[in-house]
Design a protein around this ligand. Sequence first.
Ligand code: ADP
Ligand code: GLC
Length: 478
Amino acid sequence: MIRALSVASEAYPLVKTGGLADVVGALPDALAPHGVATTTLLPGYAAVLAHVGEARVVHRWGDLLGVEARLLAGTLGDRPLLVLDAPRLFARDGGPYADARGRDWPDNWRRFAALSRAAAEVARGAAGDRAFDLLHAHDWQAGLAPAYLRFAPEPHRVKSVATIHNIAFQGSFDAGVFGELGLPPHAWGIEGVEYYGNLGLLKAGLWAADAITTVSPTYAGEIRRPAFGMGLEGLISSRGARVTGILNGIDPAVWNPATDPLLAAPYTADSLDARRANTRAVEQRFGLSGEGPIFTVVSRLTWQKGMDVLAGLLDELVAMGGRLAMLGSGDAALEQAFRAAAERHPGRIGVQIGYDEPLSHLLQGGADAILIPSRFEPCGLTQLYGLAYGCVPVVARTGGLADTVIDANVAALDAGVATGVQFDGVTPDALRGAIARTVALYRDRDRWRQIQGRGMAANFSWRNSGAKYAALYRALLG
Ligand code: ADP
Ligand code: GLC
């Protein structure tokens, strides 16, 4: 049995701002059948502390990057959870990375360096327990953990994997804080944690880890190029074969239309008529009336997601006979653009600004198609949920979207393998064309059902991906 410590700043259902949480939450169960026992380590945000309650204290730090901290042991589902309880760093109102007004916490470097340092020490056996075989660090927030392992004062055998969920978020901070990290002076440099004159947390992890993964094969190739690597393409390329893409999966305990308690009515591919009750519920929640396919958006409203391009096409979407039920939050200007479109098109466009996990399930279960015009998408989970729920994904051909959706072109339709609609380049013309194509496909009811059924039959369970991570761990451990 391999003992792995998975360290991240989010895990569903305790803390979630995006897909990272879904993946970190699902990984332990995905790995267990392949002989990997995973313990998850999270920061002690209020919601996490509330979850573990009166937990056992398994370690204490008098001075972890200048603050007192305790390590608490609890469980996440059936799996072991460790929590870094450092009130001065994590017990705050607001989000995991920013205050209630959206301003990044100024001490984010200290918060996540502390998490990473704790992770490296725990992996090496600090918590009294036997050391872990392997540390799996997710995204920039855990990026320093492999570096702390590499610069550890005593020899150890712990291997490390760094997983990039989004290379756009790099955790770059002022060089002046380096002295407080407790790393040896020679860690400051290209062979270390320095990145273009700054402290680079993600860069540190990518440099130090024994292996790097990202969340789809296509994205693993894309980030070798400047347009996607966002400055890290050189480092990624130089690590060559050590960078692999392993697709995210779906957690069947959370996302299954046959058993989902958050739906108005459960259904399967054989009972798609039952899905209509969910469509009615979506119409009601979003004030939609009339006929025509209901497009949905469940997304952060940001440039990455191409939401500016979609916002510019909403009048045309309605003119083509479509309707829209939008759930999202993010850039204020985008929120405003969607709200204004809803005011212009009552009954055809409904908008809910905010984050609403239950509503996201209802939308997948009731809308006809989900729009995902991302400029880049490391994996993307909402298209996978869409496939599983018969909510046909309409996606830009990039990253994990390219890897998981089969475009309904003539050949794929004839062969009966199409699962969605893809388009090239996030431009108004390309997206307009994709929406038009979707509306036309929707009107051909037999075809549409075939596409829905194909998507629902597609297998994006964690089974395959769990096996790939386990094989990678084994290869590293020799
Ligand atoms: P990313 O992590 O880049 O935001 P993903 O598609 O990987 O994109 O994951 C997004 C996750 O967040 C999905 O689980 C999706 O359902 C959820 N999500 C995004 N926006 C919202 C929202 N406004 N309300 C509820 N869930 C949301
Ligand atoms: C990131 C990416 C998204 C991916 C998720 C989980 O948030 O933007 O594409 O699905 O991480 O890996």
